[in-house]
Ligand binder design. Structure first.
Ligand code: SIN
Length: 499
């Protein structure tokens, strides 16, 4: 019996997945990229604002900044890999291959390097404050024209094809059609988990599918409690948009409803303190005074950040009176546990980008290192993954039919229930009692979803199934770690409310 196959199957189409595809295709492999996205905006990469950090001439300083932002928990070997490969990968792929036009300085010849929180020097290549889309669109176009790469949009992976500890591809769903795609190697590049929370900077499809599929197949995950919240997200009528850290790098300050600047009393680096510190302080100032704004009056906001000024205008926000901000879920530092080539704990399975835990970020990620991590690990995984032949015999998949499908209302209600418990109990500040309650709530949603799930179930059911699995992994990891570090902050349940 024949069945479709590819040398390397990449699940996801952000910078990590596309870099994997490029790395593998350059080695001569056939590559299939399967992605839920129907347009570039469906990948988090498109939304990235600040930019991509490089080492320039000070790799040691770059490493120290990443390590310090992680509260000393990042992995030294992973850091070496990131920093040693950073500048060459950016030059090779982004500049020479894709021709990304990073902003230049006043002379128009050399790059302009931006600064963001917890960076000790200017090292961030950017295009205005909308760097992601300027990388993502040319990357997609380049690979779409590549004769060894096929990109399948609107195609969700719903399970891995696992047999005896080896991964042989994935079960893909496009519309109502379900197909087994066998692969010599399978690379998860499915991005983040923003949809688990009520407020996130991620696209709506960020349901943690890759992590959930890997976990179900028996792969190890790590650092799942380290969920990063971005401190400055503006929400208008329920629609959140990120206000890049580059704005604080340029001199914007945070003020509470009384007009007071509160960050200098919290950390010596004030608004440029590590992201977890700023996010908690913003949340507390919001709770205490009812409003926090980003005061951009010290510089020419519209001239420096025209894209962000346009976004404010689109949302009816007048920056001259301060941009109202709250923290929102932004990035998962943990994920599928991988080595320096993106190899997971199961044979022929890789993970790259946000769904992977490489060890670079430890308990908290330094700004503008996620695109870089996706690029560096993607290239390495793609190069390493090619070469294994797809399995000849089809891997059996379960076809047990589920009960009756949920109504749209029931599905939405279950998703909102999951988000509510994550917001309340598994957010910026956690307590043992809250985490216990969250685990109870998640298990109850999971029980409903289990009864709804079989391969024929609609995509929303599979996404909720992934979201529940990942939510449970986060809540369990958080409950198991009593030490506050980086993004994981444990309050005593009996502590008085923050003043
Ligand atoms: C930002 O522009 O503030 C986000 C950058 C990042 O998350 O690395």
């Amino acid at each position: 019996m024949t069945h479709p196959e590819t040398d390397v199957l990449v699940l996801g189409s952000g910078i990590a997945g596309l870099s994997t595809a490029l790395g593998a295709a350059r080695e001569g492999a056939s590559v299939t990229v399967a992605t839920k996205a129907t347009q570039p905006k469906g990948a988090s990469t498109w939304w990235a604002q600040g930019g991509i950090a490089v080492a320039r001439k000070a790799p040691r300083q770059f490493k120290e900044d990443i390590h310090t932002a992680s509260s000393g928990t990042s992995d030294p070997e992973a850091l070496d890999v990131l920093v040693q490969n950073a500048d060459a990968a950016v030059r090779d792929v982004l500049i020479d291959t894709l021709g990304v036009g990073f902003d230049t300085g006043g002379d128009g010849a050399s790059f302009h390097y931006g600064r963001e929180a917890a960076h000790s020097e200017d090292r961030i290549l950017h295009v205005d404050a909308s760097t992601g889309r300027h990388i993502h669109e040319p990357f997609l176009n380049y690979l779409a024209a590549h004769d060894r790469v096929e990109i399948r949009g609107d195609t969700a992976a719903i399970d891995l094809l696992a047999q005896n500890g080896t991964i042989h591809g994935a079960l893909l769903k496009s519309g109502d059609a379900v197909q087994r795609l066998h692969a010599g190697a399978t690379v998860l590049a499915t991005g983040g988990i923003g949809a688990l929370y009520g407020r996130s900077t991620n696209p709506a499809g960020a349901t943690g599918d890759g992590i959930a599929m890997a976990h179900r197949a028996g792969a190890a995950t790590a650092d799942m409690e380290f969920v990063q919240f971005h401190p400055t997200v503006c929400v208008v009528d329920g629609d959140p948009f990120l206000v890049s850290e580059a704005v604080r790098g340029e001199g914007a300050v945070l003020r509470n409803a009384e007009g007071d600047r509160f960050m200098p009393a919290v950390h010596e680096d004030a608004e440029l303190a590590p992201r977890d510190v700023v996010a908690r302080a913003v949340e507390q100032a919001h709770e205490r005074t009812g409003r926090v704004v980003l005061d951009v009056s010290s510089f020419d906001f519209a001239g420096t950040f025209p894209d962000l000024a346009a976004m404010c205008a689109e949302h009816g926000v007048d920056p001259s009176t301060g941009i109202p901000v709250v923290p929102a879920e932004h990035f998962l530092c943990g994920g599928v546990d991988v080595d320096t080539y993106g190899r997971a704990s199961l044979d022929r399975l890789y993970a790259v980008g946000e769904c992977a835990r490489t060890g670079v970020h430890g308990a908290n990620r330094l700004a503008s290192t996620s695109l870089l991590e996706g690029l560096v690990w993607g290239l390495r995984a793609g190069t390493d993954a090619q070469g294994a032949a797809p399995r000849e015999q089809p891997v059996p998949v379960s076809t047990t039919a589920a009960g009756s499908p949920p109504s749209d209302e029931a599905l939405r209600g279950a998703f909102e229930c999951l988000q509510r418990t994550m917001d309340v109990h598994v957010g910026l500040r956690r307590t043992p009692d809250g985490l216990q309650q969250a685990r109870h709530d998640i298990r109850s949603v999971e029980a409903d979803v289990k009864a709804w799930t079989d391969p024929s179930a609609r995509r929303g059911v599979h996404e909720l199934r992934s979201a529940c699995t990942v939510a449970r992994l986060i809540a369990e990891a958080a409950a198991a770690n009593e030490t506050s570090v980086g993004c994981h902050y444990m309050e005593r349940s009996d502590a008085p409310p923050a003043s």
